[in-house]
Ligand binder design. Structure first.
Ligand code: F6R
Length: 238
């Protein structure tokens, strides 16, 4: 794992952007694995600015998102489909037919997403990390062998995400569809960003702990090309 420790969120977003831009410039038809949540917002802002100012093009890029809530229509304001279109896709020249997000709640929906990914090889998979060490929505206890599947979200994840749902945990969906750890591990490169003190324990377990299902992100220790971008607070327990 290559670990980059920066002073703050803005710098972490900039370092992550350099990695992402490097992939897209080298390979204009790159396949990007994308994430939602608060963490990638700075990176996505940098990508949009760079596209507008320097013309970096995403017209041949293909994207696959990590996960989506079960039970929210795609046009719900907190669906990850809406999040991605609002915070990234609308600011780039990426083609709608090239963007993919998982959707649904059946085994068939999961298999269809894996099948859609089969023809591609993800060049860089962007990840955040949950306070409990989850990547995608692979909660602690998820076998590393899982592919795209339906998960029941843990209480901590729903509490963490209540901030997007009027701080009301009852509005946070109970289930999600997510790429599995085995799906994530197939990416050629992994770029994980973690900032803030509430991620420090999970970052420690990911990097210094034994690889164990108790910290899903620790699976990344077995991946040959991982870049972890941290701020000082997230790195404080290393
Ligand atoms: C989002 C995802 C999650 C988040 C994680 C951190 O697509 O898969 O694993 O990356 O929950 O969320 P934030 O960035 O909001 O702290």
């Amino acid at each position: 794992m290559k670990i980059i420790v920066t002073d703050n969120y803005e710098q972490a977003s900039l370092e992550a952007f350099k990695v992402m831009k490097g992939v897209v410039v080298k390979k204009p038809n790159a396949v990007l694995g994308l994430a939602t949540g608060s963490t990638p917002l700075g990176l996505y802002k940098n990508m949009i600015e760079d596209h507008k100012e320097n013309g970096t093009s995403y017209k041949d890029v293909v994207s696959f998102n990590l996960d989506e809530y079960v039970g929210l229509p795609r046009d719900h304001k907190e669906s990850y489909y809406t999040f991605m279109h609002t915070n990234l896709f609308s600011g780039l020249d990426i083609l709608e037919e090239n963007v993919h997000l998982p959707y649904g709640n059946t085994k068939e929906d999961c298999d269809a997403y894996e099948k859609a990914m089969e023809d591609y090889s993800v060049d860089v998979q962007l990840l955040g990390i949950g306070g409990n060490g989850h990547i995608g929505f692979n909660e602690p206890g998820t076998p590393f062998t899982e592919t795209t599947h339906i998960v029941e979200l843990q209480e901590r994840t729903r509490v963490d995400n209540a901030r997007f749902f009027d701080n009301d945990i009852n509005q946070v969906p109970t289930h999600a569809i997510t790429m599995g750890i085995a799906t994530i591990m197939k990416a050629k490169k992994v770029l994980l960003i973690a900032t803030g003190e509430n991620k420090a324990d999970a970052v420690y377990a990911m990097i210094k702990g034994e690889p164990t299902v108790d910290c899903p992100a620790s699976a990344l220790q077995n991946h040959p090309d991982v870049v972890v971008v941290l701020d000082k607070a997230a790195a404080s327990k290393l």
